[in-house]
Design a protein around this ligand. Structure first.
Ligand SMILES: C[S@@+](CC[C@H](N)C(=O)[O-])C[C@H]1O[C@@H](n2cnc3c(N)ncnc32)[C@H](O)[C@@H]1O
Length: 264
């Protein structure tokens, strides 16, 4: 491994790791610089297996061994004390290694859904943890791809990556350029669009799909939920609830729907 000791928090080689807790800064600069951050050996390993290339890694001495056999010889591995890591990143790094990973160009919607039969479509889901949790369900419960409206949160943001446990690297995904117009193209492509909505006309148990049918599970944001414009393209499907509760968290609703309609 190409290990390099660092002891200066302003070392420019650590620029990729500066102020990781400043969400608005990182949301802007990571895509701009073509990188994202992966935390822990497991997630770094899944990123590599998903075809992503590491720019560098940053690790406290006690976690260095966790990168053995994982990081290519030409990738710099910066080694710094836990205190320095905290000063640079803004938090106590307790999951072991961090890696700065190079983004890849996003595929198009058509490429992401080529051959797909079951997909999730996220409208303006703007919480990173929900995006990560939904990707995890998509991967685990047998959906083939995920599509995002233009305002959806970034699946490669650190928290999305962590909550997805790396599922964001294995699920093909793309972002619509036109919204909600992109839904029309999806329908023309043969997808039945099932809008998950607490007041949907149809109960989830009533949805009938043959294995070869193409179906998209449409999910809305926390707070307002799906927009009327998106709902206009879809059949409303509800997960019946008890106890006077008015809605589920979107990631919980996604898990239930993926289990019922996915191909696991
Ligand atoms: C917190 S909910 C939004 C609540 C919003 N007030 C509404 O009426 O849609 C976020 C998303 O989770 C999904 N969802 C939550 N509860 C659901 C349920 N009981 N049935 C179907 N979908 C649900 C929907 O896709 C919804 O847009």
């Amino acid at each position: 491994m190409l290990t390099i000791d660092v002891d200066d928090r302003t070392d420019p080689r650590l620029a990729d790791y500066q102020r990781l807790t400043d969400v608005s800064l990182r949301m802007r600069t990571e895509p701009e610089h073509g990188l994202f951050i992966a935390e822990s050996r497991l997630v770094i390993e899944r990123a590599i297996r998903g075809g992503y290339a590491l720019r560098s890694a940053l690790v406290a001495p006690e976690w260095l061994r966790s990168l053995e056999g994982l990081v290519a010889d030409d990738v710099p591995v910066y080694v710094a004390s836990a205190e320095l890591l905290k000063e640079v990143t803004g938090y106590h790094v307790h999951r072991g290694a961090l890696a700065s990973v190079a983004r890849r160009p996003l595929v198009t919607v058509e490429e992401a859904i080529a051959g797909a039969r079951r997909i999730a479509v996220l409208e303006d889901v703007n919480t990173h943890t929900n995006v990560g949790a939904i990707f995890r369900s998509v991967a685990a419960l047998g959906l083939d791809a995920a599509l995002l409206s233009p305002a959806c949160a970034d699946p490669l943001y650190r928290r999305s990556v962590r909550v997805s446990m790396g599922a964001v690297f294995s699920v093909p995904y793309a972002r619509f350029e036109s919204w909600p117009g992109g839904l029309e193209a999806l329908r023309d492509n043969g997808f039945r669009i099932l809008a998950l909505h607490p007041a949907g006309m149809m109960s989830l148990a009533e949805v009938q799909l043959a294995p070869q049918d193409k179906a998209a599970i449409l999910l809305g944001s926390e707070g307002p939920g799906l927009t009327p414009a998106a709902l206009a393209y879809a059949e409303g499907v509800r997960i019946p609830m008890a106890g006077g509760i008015d809605s589920l968290n979107v990631a919980a609703a996604a898990a239930v729907a993926c289990y019922a309609l996915g191909r696991s």
